[in-house]
Design a protein around this ligand. Sequence first.
Ligand SMILES: Nc1c(O)cccc1[N+](=O)[O-]
Length: 242
Amino acid sequence: MRIDVITLFPEYLDPLRASLVGRAQQDGRFALAVHDLRQFATDRHRTVDDSPYGGGAGMVMRADVWGRALDAVAGPDTVLVVPTPAGERLDQTLAAELAGAQHLVFACGRYEGIDQRVADVAAETMAVREISIGDYVLAGGEVAVLVMVEAVARLLPGVLGNPESAVTDSFGAGSPGLLEHPQYTRPPVYRGRPIPAVLTSGDHAAVARWQRDESLRRTARRRPDLLAVLDADTLDEADVAV
Ligand SMILES: Nc1c(O)cccc1[N+](=O)[O-]
């Protein structure tokens, strides 16, 4: 997989050179390139934005500048991802879908966003996904790209030391729609608080039942919306008793 990011603030993407995502690049699991949008501005002042048609506060990023950037970076096999609060919501399913792409280009908007014609014209020759990471206001798309690249990269073959993690994590394939159960490790007692006794019982079936029950309890408390969409196949009879 190749990932290109186009942004006014290339340094914002530096964290992608660290940790798990950085190692994945060093190991050749995917290639990352970050491009400064301003290099595609042609006027003396390297202008990338202008006032919005129809009025309104703020500025909008110019289509002609973005068009030249995408001409240089994207192609027919590209999935163009535009982070925007007006997008479809990112979830683990969508992250897994993006992880199957050969080439992702992330277009980081700033100000009031990018002229809509950029996505509309791109959609004539490539896949375009306008994606939101949540219902809150950010200064631009760069933070969302950090989130999406990590969510995608960890699903690429060979990136996770323990591929099982991608299954057992919250929202992982192994527990669709359930939050992950609480985790514990040494010391056995922390400030007078022991770990749940079942976890050292050696009874693997009891441990699995406890973990399932805790996932259900946590999901019911914190994300009842997720329980509401679980189908009968996912919830077994014992779950109903929780
Ligand atoms: N929420 C937001 C934003 O305010 C600006 C750019 C991107 C996003 N987003 O992806 O969620």
